[in-house]
Design a protein around this ligand. Structure first.
Ligand code: PMP
Length: 406
């Protein structure tokens, strides 16, 4: 009998990707919408504010330029790279700017997703924060590397302690992903901790990948920081920057990678096999974003700060246990110990019409937490607080509060 090939299925590595956790949540959300519930959605970190007008105007003109209708320069146009360097030199204090190289990305996510396949061999370890942005783990798996957790806990201020990892893990570690200001916890990292991490990865021959997508969204009055400010970091560090959050440009898909020239060229050389770069008109728009005056960022931060204060104070008044971390436009709230974050988030939809992201979507350490994205106007935040005050969710909260986390 003729032997048949197995039916076409996804690869084994695709089978290793974590399961999609939010099906039940999606179901409740659509059911609530169908019933006409006025949902207040703190779920996705997608800015509700529009892209600044001058950026849109630049794009409007640039899409009409025939030269830009052809393939872009895949590593980024010279004008874009020069603009990225203007940004880096204006916003940070990087000692070795001249020795760095920049490459355009189709958003930071694209860069993160491709990174392990450039630097890892099968079986190499990729250190990924738990909780953390899920793409770090997924990209390691898709590169046949082995993701190993770096635990971020409230007790350690959601900062990594790489020194507690087994020596055998560190020997196989090739890449560590870090992200400060941090999604989902809102933690920021101080300059001394950054210096120590650079020193550590240098000793252990690990590539530090710093996801600086939220560089400018912080409320502690400190200047934005970059790992590349640490002298010599460029030999062991690649950093990703995004226009999505800083300039309300999530839909445009543009960012850049920066680091030592050799590392960036290695990375971009692989990317040339995978995509053909960022639409030149979008690079033009990004250039305009970089050259906006400080008023844009001042007003962006003022908006998020005011939303943050309203939601944080409101939740604390209702007895919630919210982490008062100063970074990103997220609030990370601890549920009473033992509460399933998925169950809690589902109930919040059906009882109060409020959507939050369950913490376990970011890894096991996110269990018993939920994340609020401050991408909701202030009047809606007040409305949500009003609902939380009235609904049975608050009584559930109070009943369990004697088991509050430390
Ligand atoms: N990194 C982190 C930590 C994020 O939260 C996000 C988006 N939510 C990204 C990267 C993706 O950024 P971009 O839109 O530039 O791809």
């Amino acid at each position: 009998m003729e032997r048949k090939k197995p039916f076409i299925t996804a690869s084994e590595r695709v089978g290793k990707l974590p399961p999609y956790l939010f099906a039940e949540l999606d179901r409740r959300r659509s059911a609530a919408r169908k019933k006409g519930v006025d949902l207040i959605d703190f779920g996705i970190g997608d800015p509700d504010l529009p892209t600044p007008k001058p950026v849109v105007e630049t794009a409007r003109g640039a899409v009409a330029v025939p030269e830009y209708h052809r393939y872009p320069q895949s590593r980024g146009s010279d004008f874009f790279k020069e603009a990225a360097f203007r940004w880096l030199s204006r916003e940070f204090e990087i000692p070795s700017l001249d020795s760095l190289e920049v490459g355009a990305l189709i958003g930071a996510k694209e860069g993160l997703a491709h990174l392990p396949s450039v630097f890892c061999n099968p079986g190499d370890v990729v250190l990924t924060p738990n909780p953390g942005y899920p793409v770090y783990r997924a990209s390691a798996i898709l590169a046949d590397a082995t993701p190993v957790d770096v635990s971020l806990t409230r007790e350690n201020g959601f900062l990594p302690d790489l020194g507690v990892l087994d020596e055998s893990v560190l020997r196989s570690a090739k890449v560590v992903f870090l992200n400060y200001p941090n999604n989902p916890t809102g933690a920021v990292m101080g300059r001394q901790a950054m210096r120590e991490i650079v020193e550590f990865v240098r000793r252990k021959d690990v590539l530090l990948v710093s996801d600086n997508s939220y560089s400018h969204i912080r409320f502690d009055g400190e200047k934005p920081t970059s790992f590349l400010e640490v002298p010599g970091a460029e030999d062991v560090c690649l950093e990703l920057h995004s226009f999505s959050k800083t300039f309300n440009m999530t839909g445009w898909r543009v960012g850049f990678i920066v680091g030592g020239a050799k590392l960036v060229r290695t990375f971009m050389g692989v990317k040339e096999n995978l995509d053909s770069g960022v639409f030149t008109a979008v690079q033009k728009a990004a250039e305009t974003a970089i050259d906006l005056g400080p008023e844009h960022l001042d007003s962006l931060l003022a908006t998020y700060r005011s939303r943050r204060d309203t939601l944080l104070e409101g939740l604390l008044k209702l007895g919630w246990d919210v982490c008062d971390t100063p970074g990103t436009f997220y609030l990370w709230a601890a549920l009473p110990r033992g509460t399933s974050s998925m169950h809690f988030a589902s109930r919040l939809i059906s009882t109060a019409g409020i959507v939050v992201t369950p913490g376990n979507g970011f890894g096991s350490n996110g269990e018993s937490y939920v994340r609020f994205a401050l991408t909701v106007p202030e009047d809606r935040i007040l409305k949500a607080l009003g609902r939380l005050e009235q609904k049975e969710i608050s009584s559930m909260w109070k009943k369990s509060s004697h088991r509050k986390r430390s």
